[in-house]
Design a protein around this ligand. Structure first.
Ligand SMILES: N[C@@H](CCC(=O)N[C@@H](CS)C(=O)NCC(=O)O)C(=O)O
Length: 208
């Protein structure tokens, strides 16, 4: 029974699709379309998992949710020793931190920005704090990117996959010049044949 990725178009699930392609994992792709008006996931995703969000990875009938858990699982089971630093090393601890940072910290101001922007002038009192936190997190990511172009060591890892989404948000929102290392990282991600194969299968992503 192949692994199934329950994929929502134009979403954080794109990075899982990319990783599946990188690792040459045999998988079945089930694509769900956002509502054209609300941009929310369709109700069919709730039949897969009560939260009705994506990505969801189905392995032998078991649904794995949360991007970080899915990335960790795929790297451990299909990474052939690559994509994760050696256990017990400082890089492994750093990797753990960044895997959690991607969803646990970086996404907070990104989502607040999205929601508060919809409020127009009513959201103005929240704007300085959100802008401050976006600058703090994007600036941090830009600063910690290594000269290798990766977040850990000299090669691709699960942390690169997880952080590709907040990095893309920064660049797609026109902050590439302010964060040139993030911009170069995103360009390197998008140049990967596996990323392009994922983009072809997953459909339009941001404005690409
Ligand atoms: N922390 C979760 C977030 C999942 C999530 O919120 N996914 C969004 C797509 S980016 C979603 O499904 N949104 C549709 C909705 O909430 O209706 C993860 O990384 O897997």
């Amino acid at each position: 029974m192949p692994i199934v990725l329950h994929h929502l178009n134009n979403s954080r699930s794109q990075r899982i699709l990319w990783l599946l392609e990188e690792l040459s994992v045999p998988y079945e792709l089930r694509v769900y379309q956002r509502d054209a008006v609300t941009n929310l996931a369709p109700p069919e995703l709730k039949a897969v998992h009560p939260l009705g969000k994506s990505p969801l990875l189905e392995v032998d009938g078991r649904i794995i949710e949360e991007s970080g858990a899915i990335v960790q699982y795929l790297c451990e089971t299909h990474g052939a020793g690559a994509w994760l630093p050696e256990a017990g090393t400082d890089d492994a601890l750093r990797h753990l931190e960044l895997m959690h940072f991607a969803e646990g910290s970086a996404m907070t101001p990104i989502l607040l920005n999205l929601y508060v922007s919809a409020l127009g002038d009513a959201g103005a009192p929240l704007r300085p704090r959100i802008d401050d936190q976006l600058a703090a997190f994007f600036g941090y990511l830009d600063a910690i990117l290594r000269s290798s172009g990766h977040f850990i060591g000299d090669c691709w890892s699960g942390a690169d996959v997880m952080l590709s989404f907040p990095a893309e948000v920064a660049v797609m929102q026109g902050m590439g010049e302010k964060y040139p290392k993030l911009a170069a990282f995103v360009a390197a991600v998008h140049a990967r044949p596996a990323w392009q194969a994922a983009r072809a299968k997953g459909g339009p992503y941001f404005s690409m």
